[in-house]
Design a protein around this ligand. Structure first.
Ligand code: ATP
Ligand code: MG
Length: 396
């Protein structure tokens, strides 16, 4: 067992949140603790940093997890050294020898004022030691090939040279909960990822219309939820049986208004379950102009059934931009699997592009949707999806 290195997480953007600082840091701490619970790590925090001590052989696995935790902007892999000049010298020298740069610079920060040598003197001592022991190397204070930072702290000194970029954003959970309308498509998982990045804890809602949609379509949504849960702890997926509502719409309403009305029904259900599950916002993957139901007039007619704020993270992105995020976050390959969605099954030939609110309301009066909505909500099936589950098929 070798624990001579530590991961240092700097709070970065979090530290600007004055009033909420502790809440943000504690949430990040709990999120990291939960994600790393199956690894041999020790987690500590102080006012400026979080420290993860780990087993060297688990570093790459741990790194893979840390890279997906929101609220981490930068992190550092540092050597832990005793507060002892000779040991620090040796450590700095071996870091330089490992990387063999042609130019270098030492930057010492001494927050432990009991350590007898000042930062400036340390820079000279360490720099001199490197110059004496390494051939063909120079100091470059402006643009060094390798910058070695030495932080002398209370218990230990940290020596490091490389900073990794984290995912940024806010720790998931710091902004309360939102309900993501998750279909099997490309857009809504990306929308969910972007909302989580802003610190929103997600629960997902999937509308299915079995037997018009298949179990494979459901599996796909479960798998997408599982991929999203890599970026948080676990996610509840609420499955709404939408069959009866959809059939009634198609039996009773004008065909060009069916999609508008179907989406108004989805939003009505979202409105009610937001209140039931205490979600502050509805999140979806609508993108302006992408299809008939996503023109501004459509959005306004559809949105008018709810007062819950609707967040549309991908509203202003091009499809190619959305696809590139989907690839980066690992949802794309699953999203393009060819199973029918309840929207695609019933698509009319000519859906209205600029629907009128009065017409939608008049068409809806043709059947008793209130009781169907209540029934659908009563019968919601909820699955808790965890990234640690091996395969989604095990859940069925
Ligand atoms: P996506 O690629 O996310 O499926 P889309 O381009 O196919 O989106 P629509 O089918 O018009 O667009 O849906 C717009 C948004 O409405 C989706 O991004 C999703 O948030 C939500 N939505 C659509 N169908 C469903 C469904 N069956 N269950 C849950 N949400 C849905
Ligand atoms: Mg879709």
């Amino acid at each position: 067992m070798n624990m001579d290195k530590v991961i240092l997480i700097k709070y970065g953007e979090l530290s600007t949140k004055k009033g909420n600082r502790n809440f943000f840091i504690n949430t990040l701490y709990k999120n990291i603790e939960k994600k790393l619970e199956n690894y041999h790590v020790t987690l500590k925090k102080d006012r400026s940093h979080m420290y993860i001590e780990f087993l060297n052989e688990e570093f790459y696995k741990i790194k893979g997890i840390i890279d997906k935790i929101f609220g981490i902007h930068k992190y550092i892999l540092a050597n832990i050294v005793e507060n002892d000049l000779e040991k620090i010298k040796e450590n700095v020298l071996s870091s330089i020898l490992e990387n063999h740069p042609t130019t270098f610079k030492i930057e010492t920060k001494r927050s432990n004022k009991e350590f007898p040598i000042t930062s400036c003197e340390m820079n000279n001592l360490l720099g001199g030691y490197v110059l004496k022991n390494v051939e063909d190397i120079k100091v470059d204070v402006h643009n060094p090939e390798m910058l070695v930072k030495v932080e002398i702290r209370e218990k230990n000194t940290y020596v490091y040279s490389h900073e990794y970029m984290g995912s940024g954003g806010y720790p998931v959970g710091t902004q309360g909960m939102g309900l993501l309308m998750l279909s099997g498509g490309i857009d809504s998982p990306v929308a969910g990822y972007m909302a989580m990045k802003r610190g929103i804890k997600l629960e997902c809602v999937y509308f299915e219309a079995i037997p018009h949609t298949s179990l494979e379509a459901r599996n796909k949504v479960i798998e997408l939820t599982r991929i999203l849960s890599n970026y948080t702890n676990s996610i509840n997926l609420h499955i709404v049986n939408f069959t009866k509502i959809q059939e009634e719409i198609y039996r009773n309403c004008r065909s060009d208004y069916c999609i508008t009305i179907m989406r108004r029904m989805m939003y009505r259900i979202m409105d009610k379950i937001s209140k039931k599950y205490k979600g502050y916002v509805i999140i979806n993957g609508e993108s302006i102009g992408q299809v008939a139901s996503q023109t501004l007039t459509s959005m306004s007619v559809i949105n008018s059934v709810t007062n819950v704020p609707v967040i549309r993270p991908v509203a202003c992105l091009d499809k190619l931009e959305i696809i590139s995020i989907a690839r980066k976050i690992g949802t794309y390959e699953t999203s393009i699997l060819p199973y029918e969605d309840c929207c695609t099954v019933f698509v009319p030939k000519h859906p209205v592009i600029n629907p009128k609110l009065e017409v939608a309301i008049k068409e809806e009066e043709k059947f008793d949707y209130e009781s169907l909505i209540d029934l659908a909500i009563e019968n919601i099936d909820t699955l808790k999806i965890d990234s640690k589950e091996e395969k989604f098929s095990d859940l069925l």
